[in-house]
Design a protein around this ligand. Structure first.
Ligand code: 5GP
Ligand code: MN
Length: 336
């Protein structure tokens, strides 16, 4: 993979590009793809954003989101766009299989692939240009740098600023995680100078939930949570019946795992949700318990040191039991 700077001269020649991200895009995935979309479009390029799957409703207010193509709902059109692209920008994921069923389509395309990402252990040999930096708070921070370092700082308009802020805010837990550096705050200051309406963005992301979602959460805390104080660990397992009973939509469980870390002393939080095709794990930790390694070792996943995901093909009860047995072996690390 060549350094991203080597790609900058290509920005001056017209091209066709597809921008994509990981399946079930979150605020950073959608924010980074859309900010890059607005930027490349204003440079005159022929660009389209293809999401591998659908996304949470709480992202539907974002500028440009109405132009995003859902691959699973438009396979033919998306495949044609990928096949005809000169470049495919791969944002906010480290390995192609994070694009789910879009993976073989991207892999088969002759387009040059560009990686911009902050997850651990990127599959760099499969990309032509790129930058991968786990120290970055968010892919949106990296898109900001991409625009500035390629000499286009003056092109950051209010739409780009809004999309960038969305990823910066969501991936830093509203600017509280250790990844929130001085650079992050300086970027936000710059975006504010451009007229960013930050309070409105917080409202759009965090205050659009349904009444049923809050009832689901109440039920989850009361009936689906187990705390193991001797291991500084809390776990929640969500059966499919809860998803139907509370009519949950994509994105309704996002952030739930973080609440488990709000219990005093808890250093490892885990939630497993019974999804259609698999049991999906989310792991969060505080301090030096590395959930990326934990998820890779035990649950076919990965991510960051303090936030990772994984999966299991077992039943939700079985995989939750597995987790409880596995963490006993980590007692020293979890309690030292
Ligand atoms: P979440 O728990 O919010 O789904 O994911 C937490 C972090 O781990 C995100 O950065 C996400 O991209 C990453 N992640 C989630 N699931 C997986 C997975 O199965 N494999 C890898 N490599 N990363 C994952
Ligand atoms: Mn991210």
């Amino acid at each position: 993979m060549q350094p991203i700077e080597q790609f900058f001269p290509n920005l001056n020649k017209p091209f066709k590009a597809v921008i994509t991200c990981h399946q079930k895009p979150d605020g950073d995935a959608m924010g980074s793809t859309l900010s890059l979309y607005h930027f490349l479009k204003s440079l005159g390029h022929d660009v389209v954003v293809i999401s591998p799957t659908n996304w949470a409703q709480f992202l539907d207010w974002m500028p440009g989101v109405e132009e995003v193509i859902d691959f699973e709902a438009n396979r033919e059109k998306s495949t044609e766009l990928v096949n005809n692209a000169d470049y495919i920008f791969c944002l906010d994921f480290n390995i192609l299989h994070r694009t789910k069923h879009l993976e073989p389509v991207i892999a088969a395309s002759k387009a040059l692939k560009i990686l911009i990402d902050h997850h651990q252990q990127p599959d760099t040999p499969n990309f032509h240009y790129g930058i991968s930096d786990v120290k970055m708070s968010s892919t949106c921070e990296m898109i900001y740098d991409f625009i500035v370092q390629s000499g286009h700082s003056n092109m950051i308009n209010i739409d780009i600023a809004t999309c960038l802020y969305t990823g910066l805010m969501t991936d830093t837990g509203s600017f509280r995680f250790p990844s929130t550096t001085a650079s992050v705050h300086k970027i936000v200051a710059h975006l504010k100078e451009l007229g960013l309406q930050h309070a409105k963005i917080h409202e759009n992301i965090y205050d659009q939930g349904s009444e049923a979602r809050l009832k689901f959460m109440g039920n989850a805390f009361l009936n689906r949570m187990q705390v193991f104080p001797e291991l500084n660990t809390a776990i929640m397992s969500i059966p499919k019946t809860d998803i139907y009973r509370f009519d949950l939509k994509t994105g309704d469980t996002e952030g739930l795992v973080n609440y488990l870390l709000s219990i005093r002393g808890i250093r490892l939080a885990a939630i497993v949700i019974d999804r259609e095709e698999e049991r999906k794990w989310s792991f969060r930790s505080k301090g030096n318990f590395d959930v990326n390694i934990f998820a890779r070792t035990h649950f076919e996943g990965g991510g960051h040191a303090n936030a990772a995901g994984g999966r299991s093909s077992k039943s939700v009860e079985e995989t939750a039991e597995d987790f409880k047995n596995i963490i006993i072996d980590y007692k020293t690390q979890l309690t030292q």
